[in-house]
Write a protein that binds this ligand. Structure first.
Ligand code: ADP
Ligand code: ZN
Length: 435
């Protein structure tokens, strides 16, 4: 059992949640139809009227929205309210192309920050905690979202933003930070830097970390938990739906509870758009239930995961999503085989390497090639000719078993792969340059 920020809603019965969702969706669809011409046109083209949506079961009748729609409607085309009612703009990181902007009324900000507060409380946060937020501040939603959630919980908030790792560590130690919020790749970097400065994991006061904004594996979780001496919790979200806090992990660490009173989730077949039954792996689609400024109906996230309603020992009743294994557009198709960077990360960390790696995909003589540069720690480097090569061959064979194709592995010198302070860039696909 854990603590809840809003126990009534977080542990509500399925019937209660459904009743809330059914009531909200009718209003949300009406709100969108009346105020967002772009989506009204999509509904009209599909022959769906707001009256056809009587509850969440009818959501499947609605048209999808994609990132392409958001780019086309940029900047104001999907706005659901007058600009004078809006108090904030945030923007995506632009990981996969042109940035998208999202608008917020004060109601939308409160709703978002409450979602983040639920995540902080689920990670054990109270008003006695010092919460160090080193997600980027500014247009990126990571910093502002967790900052707002931390305030709502009443934590003493350290609004560090990302970067300047020496100062992060100084403040972490001097001001006794107990909760760390950043991307998992930056958490790993902070852990590595602490060790280099001669700190043991027990020297800091941290007890928990809330890490998200990019895919990370269970192996990465163990690495971070050990290097910082904490429990590491996952948090998920995207700018389009508000930001981080759409879903978050509880003490069970077996998936993230989706804040179902605000977001309705579906899993679809990314090829056909067909809604898949519970437990199937597919693309996650979100419908906002009570947003004012930037309401999105059936937004296709391109994130691939699984939903489950199995009872959770934490007492929360909201549906859980598995860690997204990567976006459908992170997936590399190499010689016809689907490969995710997360699979490569799993092999590397299982084999005792650090999470510092880079994947280079190219096409040579009409055939795809995949090279993986793997950084070794100073104690892993061998002077004996042949030993490093033997290590490379061993990794290649482990990769072949995991991926079904054989990459080339190159061990590279300590510190030669650039560290990430935000979202890590793992893949360089040179094929795109040729196209
Ligand atoms: P961009 O799409 O430009 O990166 P965002 O900053 O809004 O913009 O990022 C949202 C995306 O980040 C999600 O769609 C998802 O792919 C990824 N993401 C966020 N949190 C997680 C997480 N906990 N695990 C895996 N991926 C995540
Ligand atoms: Zn739970």
């Amino acid at each position: 059992m854990g603590n809840y920020y809003q126990p009534e809603i977080e542990t509500a019965s399925r019937e209660e949640i459904l009743a809330i969702q059914n009531e909200k969706i009718v209003k949300q669809v009406k709100h969108v139809y009346e105020n967002v011409k772009y989506y009204r046109d999509l509904m009209d083209a599909k022959g769906v009227k707001p009256e056809d949506i009587k509850g969440v079961d009818d959501i499947k009748k609605l048209p999808f929205l994609t990132k392409a729609d958001l780019r086309e409607a940029y900047p104001y085309g999907l706005l659901g309210t007058d600009l004078k009612n809006c108090v904030r703009i945030q923007s995506t990181s632009g990981t996969t192309g042109k940035r998208v902007v999202a608008f917020y009324t004060q109601h939308d900000i409160d709703l978002w920050e409450e979602c983040c507060a639920r995540a902080i409380v689920a990670a054990g946060g109270t008003n006695e905690d010092v919460c160090q937020v080193c997600y980027g501040y500014g247009l990126f939603t990571g910093g502002p979202g967790l900052n707002g959630g931390s305030h709502k919980v009443g934590c003493l908030t350290l609004p560090m933003s990302s970067g300047n790792t020496d100062r992060q560590i100084q403040f972490m130690m001097d001001l006794n930070a107990t909760i760390l919020c950043c991307t998992p790749s930056y958490a790993a970097y902070i852990g590595e830097t602490l060790a280099e400065k001669g700190y043991k994991p027990s020297d800091n006061k941290l007890k928990a970390g809330i890490f998200g904004a990019e895919p990370w594996t269970e192996e990465m979780r163990h690495n971070i938990e050990e290097s910082l001496g904490i429990k590491a919790y996952d948090i998920y979200g995207l700018t389009e739906t508000s930001g981080p806090g759409v879903s978050f992990e509880c003490s069970e660490q077996t998936g993230m509870h989706i804040n179902e009173d605000h977001f309705y989730a579906e899993i679809i077949d990314p090829e056909t758009g067909e809604v898949l039954p519970e437990g199937s792996k597919g693309e996650l689609v979100f419908t906002s239930l009570d947003k004012e400024a930037f309401p999105l109906l059936r937004y296709r996230t391109r994130d691939i995961c699984v939903l489950t309603r199995e009872k959770c020992a934490c007492g929360r009743t909201h549906v859980k999503m598995s860690k997204p294994m990567g976006r459908s557009d992170d997936m590399m198709i190499i010689r016809g085989v689907n490969v995710f960077p997360s699979q490569i990360e799993t092999v590397l960390l299982n084999e005792g390497y650090t999470p510092n790696y880079q994947i280079i995909v190219d096409r040579v003589n009409n055939s795809d090639t995949i090279d993986i540069n793997v950084e070794i720690s100073p104690d892993q480097f061998s002077d004996i000719v042949g030993e490093n090569q033997a290590k490379e061959r061993k990794l290649e064979s482990a990769m072949r078993t995991m991926l079904g194709i054989g990459p080339k592995v190159h061990l590279v010198a300590p510190k030669s792969i650039v560290r990430s302070e935000g979202k890590a860039v793992r893949v360089i696909d040179k094929r795109k340059l040729h196209d």
